[in-house]
Design a protein around this ligand. Structure first.
Ligand SMILES: Cc1cc2nc3c(=O)[nH]c(=O)nc-3n(C[C@H](O)[C@H](O)[C@H](O)COP(=O)(O)O)c2cc1C
Length: 341
């Protein structure tokens, strides 16, 4: 099997190929600080055998929150709670990642202006964002950099830049939401510029030995929006600036999405083959056999299970009940529950 094999990127070695993708838990408050819920939630997934636990979308600015209950990383006061999460995740034997995010025009926060690449709303029920000027752009880039500085202080092993699901960086990438005529709009290169600048800013403060990962939506499922061909062009532009590519889809505007088991793994495979970069496949992967097939067929280097890990934090170790030879460590104290020890 491949799923229980270690994976190394820069100097980070994951104990297996199972990833918990970032999932907003909307369980903080106006402070954006970590609460007991987060401690229990992330600690349990690490103890359950996951290789890499990526903490949910964490806002780099107050107005960049999806909701006012998001976790935040815009203030030093938020560092101790995040450091505690890292300690608990490490205590469970997993590596700790954090997703740095700005919600852009999809922010539901009551704080600050609604920012976007262009004054175009997500849908007819949404507010119209303010078209970001060069100062706003520089401020957001600096906020991602400062978020990375705080993530480093908290001890995270990896940062994931959220450029998917219709949030700010994706909004710049897609023609659906980016109608600019300056150096941040128009061609693929111009639309990818903010993401490139954010990655450069993060790399300037993030140590050489730690990986940076990018999450992308490989398709907008909309006429004129991103598709896999343009996503491949974007990955080619940024592949020297990121180590891992977490391939999702959708979110920039309402669109018909036909979701079926493994519906996004084809995108991860296309990016991996065309760009020669490691990928994470995600999206309705729920069984060991399906995850193993995704890895062994060379579609991705890692597999992420979102809702399945919400249902069962012990999904990785539980697989030992059917495949006792899997090299997924069961916590010693739980051995009797697994007929070992
Ligand atoms: C409750 C919930 C919250 C989510 N929050 C985020 C998030 O913060 N950042 C992100 O990139 N994706 C987020 N997602 C998407 C998941 O990371 C994942 O891509 C999606 O659920 C598909 O994988 P699955 O079928 O294994 O659940 C969220 C999904 C769920 C169910």
């Amino acid at each position: 099997m491949m799923i229980d094999q270690p994976f190394t990127v820069r100097s980070l070695t994951l104990r297996n190929r199972i990833v918990m993708p970032p999932m907003c838990m909307f369980s903080s408050d106006a402070t954006g600080e970590v609460r007991d819920f987060h401690r229990l939630h992330y600690g349990a997934r690490a103890m359950g055998g996951t290789g890499l636990v990526i903490e949910e979308a964490t806002a780099v600015t107050p107005e960049g929150r999806i909701s006012d209950r998001d976790l935040g990383i815009w203030d030093d006061a938020q560092i101790p709670g995040l450091a505690e999460l890292v300690r608990l995740i490490h205590g469970g034997g997993a590596a700790a990642g954090i997703q740095l995010a700005h919600a852009g025009r999809k922010s539901g926060s009551a704080t600050g202006p609604l920012l976007g690449p262009s004054a175009v709303a997500f849908d007819e029920k949404s507010r119209i964002p303010i078209e970001m000027d060069p100062t706003d752009i520089d401020r957001v880039t600096a906020a991602f950099r400062d978020g990375a500085i705080r993530a480093l202080a908290a001890g995270f092993d990896l940062v994931e830049v959220h450029a998917a699901h219709g949030y700010l960086l994706h909004e710049f990438l897609s023609l659906v939401s980016n109608h600019r005529t300056d150096g941040y709009g128009g061609s693929t290169e111009h639309r990818a510029r903010l993401l490139l600048e954010v990655l450069d800013a993060i790399r300037s403060v993030w140590p050489e030995d730690k990986p940076i990962q990018v999450r992308l939506s490989a398709s907008d499922y909309l006429e004129g929006g991103l598709d896999i061909e343009e996503t491949i062009r974007i990955v080619r532009l940024i592949r020297d600036k990121a180590d891992l590519f977490h391939i999702s889809s959708g979110g920039v505007a309402p669109a018909p999405i036909r979701a079926y088991p493994g519906y996004q793994t084809g995108f991860a495979a296309a990016v991996r083959t065309a760009c020669g970069v490691p990928t994470i496949a995600v999206g309705l992967i729920t069984s060991l056999e399906q995850a193993e097939e995704t890895l062994s067929a060379g579609r991705a280097d890692l597999v992420a299970l979102g809702r399945e890990l919400l249902r069962d934090p012990y999904w990785p170790v539980r697989q030992k009940l059917r495949y006792p030879d899997l090299a997924i460590p069961v916590p010693e104290s739980y051995g009797r529950g697994f007929h070992i020890g």
